[in-house]
Design a binder for this molecule. Structure first.
Ligand code: CA
Length: 232
């Protein structure tokens, strides 16, 4: 098995060490950078498999590091997990919209943290389904071509917008999407929906999904996510 290289960009030495110690124990190769500038240099020279990026950094901050990585085609596909302090929802939203893959709020539970890293690495290697590919889950089947949804084999009638939102979230299970990202994705398909109406649409969607309603998870202050496994 090839060792995956994880870069942590964080100025707080104790967090850096804690992360390094625990990820090394899991078999990952870990390198660290103390500032945004150093982080960008390390990304450039090492091409890590994943970056753990603290948002609060001296000098070039985490959001700017994320923006520059996503702008450069050579580094745009490297997954990023943001580290944020509790209550910084607006930063989380900004980071996700800039292309970060996930986030962990400090103080974090190490087990949760390691699980997130594994999940993001796994997801980054899985191609998103093609436009017309049927999405199958034990309790839910989504037929993009037929505009059809089955919950436990029972057909469910959704509006165009509800269908668009469900298809978008379910195309990448486990990923958090902000309202703005959902609007952008759904709008591209010709539906009309605003950021404010996303919440309203989701309420209607959940009601119609009955037993599968819990698949659509609200991520407070951030957006929505399609749950990968049903009972977690
Ligand atoms: Ca920091």
């Amino acid at each position: 098995m090839s060792e995956e290289n994880i870069l942590i960009v964080e100025d707080e030495k104790d967090i850096q060490e804690l992360v390094r110690y625990n990820l090394s124990k899991e078999g990952y190769r870990v390198t660290s950078a103390d500032s945004g500038e150093e982080g960008l240099k390390a990304v450039e020279s090492q091409r890590p498999d994943l970056v753990v990026l603290d948002l609060m950094l001296p000098g070039v901050d985490g959001l700017e590091v994320c923006r520059r990585m996503k702008k450069d085609p050579a580094t745009a596909n490297i997954p990023i997990i943001m580290l944020t302090a509790k209550g910084e929802e607006s930063d989380i939203v900004a980071g996700l919209e800039m292309g970060a893959d996930d986030y962990v709020t400090k103080p974090f539970n190490l087990k949760v943290f390691v699980t997130r890293i594994r999940a993001v690495l796994r997801r980054s290697k899985t191609e998103p389904p093609k436009e017309e590919e049927v999405l199958r889950f034990p309790d839910l089947v989504i037929h993009p071509g037929r505009h059809e949804v089955l919950v436990n084999d029972q057909p469910v009638s959704l509006t165009f917008t509800e269908f668009g939102i469900l298809k978008y979230l379910a195309s990448r299970p486990g990923w958090v999407f902000t309202r703005c990202q959902i609007v952008e994705a759904v709008r591209g398909d010709g539906y009309s929906v605003t950021e404010r109406s996303v919440d309203f649409q989701v309420v209607g969607l959940r009601k119609k999904l009955t037993e599968a309603a819990d698949r659509i998870e609200t991520v407070r202050g951030v957006g929505y996510r399609f749950k990968e496994t049903f009972n977690d």
